[in-house]
Design a protein around this ligand. Structure first.
Ligand code: AMP
Ligand code: MG
Length: 323
C-alpha cells in the first residue's frame, strides 16, 4: 500500500509519500518568519498559498493514481494551520476517492522513529518547537510520563536566540555558540515530579545576556541546564517502566549535545539509544503518511464528518492496536 501524508501543524508545511518499506518522496515548504516568532495567521496563510503547488510537485514524482490513502495531521497544533491541512486532505480524499486518516502529530513522531531506527519499546523523548514530552507505551496507549509545564524546549531556544539578536530558528545557532562556551552560569533547574519548565530559565538566561555575559557562555549554560533536566526525566521514566531503549525525536533531536547526554545516560544504564534520522526527526509529511498507513492497516479511517481539527489532540487519546 502507498500513503500520502500532509503535515502543517505549525511552521512546517510538508508532504510525504511512503510505501510499506520506505519513504518514497518528501517535499517541504516551511514558513519562516521574517522577524519574531511564528504567527499562527501568517503561518496558515503561507500554508494555504503553498499547499497546492507543493502537491503538484509531489504528483510529478509520484503517480497520484497509485496512492491508496490520504493521511493528515489532525492535531495538536495551531488551529488556523490545522484547518488548511485538513481542508486539503479532505479535498484530495474526495477527488481521488480514497480513504482519509486523521493522525495525531506526536504519535507520528514516535512511530516514524520506531520504524526508521528499529527501536521496539522505547521511552521516547519528543523535543520540538511547541512540544516537549517523555512518552512510553503502556498497554493499549502511549502515555505521557513527563512534559513541559509551559513552552517547548525548541521554543525556549528560539526565544533566547531572538533575545540575543539571532534569527529564527534559533536552536541550531544556540548549539553552535554553546560549542565555544566555557564558563557555566547557574540557571533555574526546574523539574517538578516528572514535569519540567523552561520559561523561567529563558528569562534568567536573557538577563545573563543583558548583564554582559558572553553569548557563547549563555548558550552553553542554557543547553547544559535544559538538557540535563530532559535527561533526568527520561532516565526516571526508563527506570520506573523498567525499559531499556531511548528514542530521541523532534526538531531538537538534531542537537549533538542533547544526543551526547542521553547516550551517556543510556550507557550508564545499559540501555540502547536511538535517534530519528534528521530529515524525519522534525515535523514532516512522511511521518504522517507512515502513521496513517499503520493505522489504516489496523482498522482506522476518519470519515469526512469526523475530520475536524483537534488543536489539543493528546497522544493518550489514540488506542494503539498494533505492536
Ligand atoms: P519541530 O517543531 O519538531 O519541527 O522542531 C523545530 C525546533 O527545533 C525549532 O525550535 C528549532 O530551533 C529546533 N532545532 C532545530 N535544530 C536544532 C538544533 N541543532 N539544536 C537545537 N534545536 C534545534
Ligand atoms: Mg513536531
Amino acid at each position: 500500500m502507498i500513503a500520502l501524508g500532509i503535515e502543517g501543524t505549525a511552521w512546517s508545511l510538508s508532504v510525504g509519500v511512503v510505501n510499506e518499506s520506505d519513504v518514497i518522496a518528501l517535499l517541504n515548504d516551511p514558513y519562516i518568519p521574517k522577524e519574531g516568532g511564528i504567527h499562527p495567521r501568517e503561518a496558515s496563510q503561507h500554508h494555504s498559498e503553498r499547499i497546492a503547488p507543493l502537491l503538484s510537485r509531489l504528483f510529478e514524482i509520484v503517480d497520484k493514481n497509485l496512492i491508496d490513502l490520504i493521511a493528515f495531521s489532525q492535531g495538536p497544533g495551531m488551529g488556523p494551520c490545522l484547518r488548511v491541512v485538513a481542508t486539503a486532505a479532505r479535498l484530495l480524499a474526495l477527488k481521488l476517492n480514497k480513504p482519509l486518516v486523521g493522525v495525531n502529530h506526536c504519535l507520528a513522531h514516535v512511530e516514524i522513529g520506531r520504524w526508521k531506527t528499529g527501536a521496539k519499546r522505547p521511552v521516547t523523548l519528543y523535543v520540538s518547537g511547541g512540544n516537549s514530552q517523555v512518552i512510553a507505551r503502556k498497554g493499549e496507549r502511549y502515555r505521557v510520563f513527563g512534559e513541559t509545564l509551559d513552552i517547548g524546549i525548541g521554543n525556549a531556544l528560539d526565544k533566547l536566540a531572538r533575545h540575543m539578536g539571532l534569527k529564527h530558528p534559533g536552536g541550531p545557532k544556540i548549539e553552535k555558540l554553546a560549542e565555544k562556551g566555557r564558563k557555566y552560569h547557574t540557571l533555574p533547574y526546574v523539574v517538578k515530579g516528572m514535569d519540567f519548565s523552561f520559561s523561567g530559565m529563558v528569562t534568567a538566561a536573557q538577563k545573563l545576556h543583558d548583564s554582559g555575559v558572553a553569548m557563547e557562555d549563555v548558550a552553553f549554560s542554557f543547553q547544559e541546564t535544559a538538557f540535563a533536566m530532559l535527561t533526568e526525566v527520561t532516565e526516571r521514566a526508563l527506570a520506573y517502566l523498567d525499559l531499556d531503549e531511548v528514542l530521541l525525536v523532534g526538531g531538537v533531536a538534531a542537537n549533538k549535545r542533547l544526543q551526547e547526554m542521553l547516550k551517556v545516560m543510556c550507557g550508564d544504564r545499559g540501555a540502547k539509544f536511538f535517534v530519528s534520522p534528521k530529515e524525519l526527526a522534525g515535523d514532516n509529511g512522511a511521518m504522517i503518511a507512515y502513521t496513517g498507513l499503520l493505522m489504516y492497516k489496523h482498522g482506522y479511517e476518519t470519515p469526512i464528518e469526523e475530520s475536524y481539527v483537534r488543536p489539543d489532540f493528546r497522544i493518550e487519546d489514540v488506542v494503539v492496536n498494533w505492536d
